[in-house]
Design a protein around this ligand. Structure first.
Ligand code: PRP
Length: 190
């Protein structure tokens, strides 16, 4: 059973659903009168994207991009699957599951800026500023997390746990994650 390797719950399903709805309302208000092009970054962001878009009250287009990254000293990022939609003169909103080092989002901004969009912004389910290598503008984020490894709601560990409806830590025998969560006033739940 893969569930036995889970640690503690960080965000419950109701908390996630409420926050995703709030962010969708902000986006709908900010893009009122426009038709943004949402670009969901596979694979992790697929779950967040589906829930987020269900709560949007504005018209939008949806496309997907898939990246691969190689950690050979420095993180090298390449496009595996590009978008089908034209980005020129569009209000592009990148949808991510998590921003960690910021290298992926920085790469996306650099690639997309060359395609002459009217605007580019980023929306992420989780934001982990403590792990940043490079500053990137994150306009919308559902939750900030400390430097702990989490799974669920699109986030995986070696391909597992993406489909969990809540976000949890992995079992951490050192107790580090538990300690950090306690400091946040969270944890203690399975
Ligand atoms: C994750 C996430 C972001 C990236 C963020 O993708 O979806 O694209 O890492 O990390 P960074 O800020 O350190 O660059 P991952 O490589 O795990 O692929 P996946 O979504 O297919 O699981």
């Amino acid at each position: 059973m893969i569930e036995s390797k889970l640690g503690e719950r960080v965000f419950s399903t109701p908390d996630i659903q409420q926050r995703v709805q709030e962010v969708a309302h902000h986006i709908s208000a900010d893009y009122s009168g426009k038709r943004p092009l949402l670009i969901s970054i596979l694979r992790g962001a697929a779950y967040f994207t589906m829930d987020l878009t269900r709560h949007l009250t504005i018209p939008f287009d949806l496309d997907f991009m898939s990246l691969s990254s190689f950690k050979t000293g420095f993180k090298k990022i390449e496009i595996d699957k590009d978008v089908s939609e034209e980005m020129a003169n569009r209000d592009v909103l990148i949808v991510e599951d998590i921003i960690d080092t910021g290298l992926t989002l920085n790469f996306l901004f650099r690639v997309m800026e060359k395609r002459f969009p009217a605007s580019i912004a980023a929306c992420t389910f989780l934001d982990c500023p403590e792990r940043r290598f490079i500053e990137v503008p994150v306009k919308y984020s559902c939750f900030k997390i400390p430097d702990i490894f989490v799974v669920g709601y699109g986030l995986d560990f070696r391909g597992d746990y993406r489909n969990l409806m809540e976000v949890s830590t992995l079992f951490d025998p050192s107790g580090r994650s538990t300690q950090i969560l306690k400091q946040m006033g969270k944890g203690g739940t399975k």
